[in-house]
Ligand binder design. Structure first.
Ligand code: ZN
Length: 121
């Protein structure tokens, strides 16, 4: 006989396996519970300049990204010794993608850490 508790257990397991499946398909899917969420921007945070993607950087691969359950996703992308941050706003009618300037990879990781901490946005 089904109790409320066993029903909850079933839906939780179903959800967990669906999430595993989603992750295998695309990083831009449901909340994985693994990727970090950005902290609220601090009052004196540094504002990055966000611009439309530069084609030459398109082959850079994502090495870190924030949780996709938020409407704005940030990705750290690196390639050819450089790194930059991609900002994707998930909208009903599609995604708006903007990117930061690029830095040396080492500096890009520092900016990424500041972004997660809310010191940069
Ligand atoms: Zn999340």
């Amino acid at each position: 006989m089904w109790t409320l508790r066993s029903l909850c257990e079933v839906s939780r397991t179903g959800w967990a396996s669906r999430r595993r499946w989603s992750r295998a398909v695309s990083p831009l899917d449901d909340c994985t519970g693994v990727s970090p969420h950005v902290s609220t921007a601090q009052r004196d945070h540094v504002r990055l300049e966000w611009r439309t993607p530069y084609p030459a950087l398109e082959r850079a691969r994502p090495v870190a990204w924030t949780c996709v359950c938020r409407s704005v996703i940030y990705e750290l992308r690196v390639g050819a010794g450089q790194g930059f941050i991609r900002r994707t706003v998930q909208l009903d009618g599609g995604h708006q993608v903007l990117e930061s300037r690029s830095w040396l990879q080492r500096e890009a990781w520092a900016v990424w850490a500041d972004l997660l901490a809310g010191r940069v946005r």
